[in-house]
Design a protein around this ligand. Sequence first.
Ligand code: GCO
Length: 497
Amino acid sequence: MSLLTRRRLLRRAALSASAASAARTGLAGATTAGLAASTTAVGGCEDTPARDPEPAPDPGLRFPDGFGWGAATSAYQIEGAAKEDGRGESVWDTFSRTPGRTRNGDTGDVAADHYHRYAEDLDLMRELGLRSYRFSISWPRIQADGSGRPNQRGLDFYRRLLDGLHERDIAPMATLFHWDLPQALQDDGGWENRDTAERFADYADAVFHALGDRVPVWLTINEPKTVVQNGYLSGHHAPGRQDAAAAYLVAHHLQLAHGLAVRALRASGATGRIGPALNLHPCYPADDTAGAAAAARLHDGYENRLYLDSIFKGAYPQDVLADLGPDSRMVRGIRDGDLATISSPVDLLAVQYYTPIYVTGAGGTVRKWPTSEADWQQIYPQGLYDTLTRVTRDYGRVPITITENGLPCPDVPGSDGTVDDAGRVIFLRDHVAAAHRAVRDGVPLESYHVWSLLDNFEWAEGYDQRWGLVYVDYQSQRRVFKRSAHWYREVIRRNGL
Ligand code: GCO
């Protein structure tokens, strides 16, 4: 892979505090009066100028009947109970317990204690009116070492959760892998080892047999790209590697694992639907030069087409393969039949949208919009519309669910105990409006999930960034509906804005 490409791909790499604030200052200087005004309109989220220059959406927008309003979480980020009921260690246990890897040395050992408080959390979901809840199953709870007979106590936890969702009339959506690879498999090479894809298929098979009667929608691998870019390029996520050659072999094995799991579901006889969960970033040229257009196209290959084309077209994009080179570990690792496995027909595509990317002719990236507290995230709702319509245009009318969309705000309860995250309300409103425009223009979108239901462990950022609709006081584990939760309940009730 060319050095330039490598340099460009470090998404979500932690910027130094000074670089981040310099970037923000630069942006503030460049923004329009409209943006500057919106900066003051975000209440508890002052740092987050959460809107683009579009007018506020028509407050009469309605979604199709039965639209699945939801919220999302993942196991390691909320469950805690790291050593209970036979759970094994995952790469995130190892990584977060290694000094210097996460902010303040935070770990997911306790997190939002959801493992013990799931019943209370189910009641919060009901109070919100959720129609869909996306969560993930922790592989090391089901197979402590990543293989062998499933751990009944781990399965029982998810059955209780699923029963609770059904009792409350909330449709479950279960992700099989949200980054918590059993450490024992990492010790054997992790996703660099092709056998990990086979282990994943066995784990998925065990879960399908145990819980297949309760789960209508399965998602295979959450954001393979983030494992590649953060786990193996920048190294600021587990397993903390910086090895570009390994990174794209990992990408191939993650894609293979996805395809094997799709096949395992079909073979299990379970009736649920299944698809991948991809974080897609629209890649725009930073200016109108031909060089920027070409660079943005290649960038799009690495960000989006590598994952979409292999699943929906049965081929990796030629420009990416050429850029990686025939001697790359990835290209050498592709075996006959792999692409047929990876492109096993899926029932739906889960899209996760956070940010656009602007690519210069030199292959660098620049920011054009204000960022949230997460400095990799530019706030640009139109990017969601562009992503949804592009997927439908380029890959056909596969049903789409948005499984993540949100932003972090430095939310703190006021003296009256309420949490005023007005910036999140504006952000969500503008993105929901963009999704509505996509539906109006023919995108088969069936549901939308806010990231996240609860404040939680935000990976390398620890507990500093708060992404939830529901505030979590980590000392007492008390939950408080933020203003955005009250707002979202109304959206759900009205089925729109
Ligand atoms: C991801 C993950 C989530 C994150 C969220 C905010 O997209 O990175 O699926 O676990 O917490 O995206 O960064």
